[in-house]
Design a binder for this molecule. Structure first.
Ligand SMILES: *Cc1c(COP(=O)(O)O)cnc(C)c1O
Length: 489
């Protein structure tokens, strides 16, 4: 017996004892007691598999379901008897659902490479291996193996970024926190708490997920001093606003919008020179922050981290899981003195990250050093050629035309989006599958794709379901094909 005497006694006190099925119209009396149910061998097995308490709970809930149906008059006697016969599998199903993962893999066929709702950057194979290796046992996270003394966790990542950013032509230190929002908060607090931070009105951005520069500034304890106008800010505007209360000059990358037309913004060099003149640090929130030059895939305007540091910016903040293609993290890179000051702030301890993140970052950064760009999923996706994408789409379309005549399939020219607040307005040419059905609306097809074994997330455009294979692992093309065949009925 898996259930104690006390438990069964308590349960039986709450339940109605079983009575043999008779012509008695009181259907409630047909419901088994929990005690009786639990004596069933199938239930004993479930208790072994899913645990005692969960099985008890699922059994009770399943009987309560039946009781509710009887009360509502939804079941006649034969139906109730059939449902009672099915109680074991019903309870098993309930246990299965309740104890399965809620977080599941999905196939991203939207063509949005850094899709925040779908988890932004997928990790590289080497990052995952390193995470597993480092996290499944102990590591030298904060232990210096040469001296046997305490070390710093930053070192594992800082040494690699020092190499990757050496074109900045100066010494660079890096620390890591939970995400870029945290990096901005920490940096503002460490460098400007109680004082003023000068920022252009054209850079008071809001990033999706309620990150607003003025709000983060308020939480950091620094006072926002806006200068210039939405479209034009001159270096003289910054200089005129400098007082003895000023602590920091801030530049924010316009990650998700562009200002075009009659515009002006001082150069980074001008901003850095102004900072030097008044002995004020200059910070830039880069958002994404590139280590790989996106001009190589035809996208310009995204800031390279090293360029900003070479221009004389004191400290930059950027995300680990945007264009960098690593784990969620916020990186703060800059001159060793400034970074040491930020590191000594108590908020750094609050916002620091676990060994898993260091392991994933270290592996990702090593791939950059080896110039093994194809091993980083987001970089590989960005570099896929239109021909390759057309070829894969063609292959799926050919099979579908044979197997699913009720679908109308075209391959159209479309644009993939970087997403995740990177490269506003920058897209990559792609070829997408455009699908419509004689039997179902595009929204219905979209819903069915979402409900597929491995859910497939696509989008609707002009009444077609659009699938962009740029963000689909080639190994998943077969799943996409099977799903399209499966939902087309
Ligand atoms: C994305 C972004 C942030 C927030 O970064 P998270 O890593 O999502 O916290 C902050 N500032 C800018 C400019 C961004 O683009």
């Amino acid at each position: 017996m898996f259930f104690s005497k006390l438990e069964t006694a308590l349960l039986n006190a709450q339940t109605i004892p079983t009575v043999k099925a008779t012509s008695n119209p009181d259907l409630f009396r047909l419901l088994p007691s929990i005690d009786e149910l639990l004596r069933n061998e199938a239930l004993q097995t479930l208790a072994q598999q899913f645990g005692h308490a969960a099985t008890l709970e699922a059994s009770r809930a399943s009987i309560e379901d039946l009781r509710a149906k009887v009360t509502a008059g939804d079941l006649d006697e034969p139906q109730l008897n059939a449902a009672i016969d099915q109680l074991s599998p019903t309870i098993a199903q309930r246990l299965q659902t309740g104890l399965s993962y809620s977080l599941r893999p999905v196939i991203n066929a939207t063509g949005v490479i850094l899709h925040t709702n779908l988890g932004r950057a997928p990790l590289s194979g080497s990052a995952l291996e390193h995470v597993t290796q480092i996290s499944s046992g102990y590591s030298n996270l904060e232990f210096d193996l040469a001296t046997g003394e305490r070390g710093k966790r930053d070192g594992h990542v800082s040494r690699l970024l020092a190499k990757l950013l050496n074109s900045a032509g100066r010494e660079v230190s890096t620390i890591v926190v939970n995400n870029n929002a945290a990096a901005v908060l920490l940096t503002l607090n460490a460098l400007a708490e109680g004082g003023e931070v000068i920022v252009s009105r054209g850079e008071l951005v809001e990033i999706g997920g309620s990150f607003r520069i003025p709000d983060v500034m308020a939480k950091s304890g620094a006072i926002l001093r806006e200068v210039g106008t939405t479209n034009r800010t001159r270096i003289a505007d910054y200089e005129a606003a400098i007082t003895e209360r000023t602590r920091l000059l801030l530049r924010v990358h316009r990650s998700n919008f562009q200002i075009v037309g009659f515009t002006q913004q001082p150069s980074l060099e001008e901003l850095a020179a102004l900072g030097r003149k008044h002995n004020l640090p200059v910070m830039e929130d880069l958002g994404s922050g590139e280590l790989f030059d996106l001009r190589r895939v035809g996208i310009s305007g995204e800031p390279m981290i090293a360029d900003r540091l070479r221009a004389g910016i004191g400290v930059v903040t950027y995300s680990g899981d945007k264009l960098l293609g690593g784990p969620q993290a916020g990186l703060i890179s800059g001159g060793p003195e400034l970074v040491a000051k930020i590191r000594s702030n108590p908020l750094f301890r609050v916002l620091r990250v676990d060994k898993m993140f260091y392991a994933a970052l270290e592996a990702t950064l090593l791939a950059y050093l080896r110039e093994d760009y194809d091993s980083i999923p987001v970089l590989r996706m960005m570099r896929l050629s239109e021909d390759d994408l057309a070829h894969r789409a063609e292959h799926i379309a050919r099979q579908l035309r044979i197997s699913s005549p009720q679908l109308q399939i075209d391959i159209i020219e479309s644009r993939s989006v970087l997403g995740g607040g990177s490269a506003p307005g920058s897209t990559l040419p792609t070829r997408a599958l455009a699908i419509r059905s004689q039997n179902n609306s595009a929204d219905e097809l979209l819903r069915r794709l979402r409900q597929w074994g491995t859910p497939i997330i696509a989008r609707v455009e002009d009444g077609n379901v659009l699938l962009d294979l740029r963000t689909v692992e080639p190994a998943h093309d077969a799943t996409v094909l099977a799903a399209l065949e499966g939902i087309s009925g």
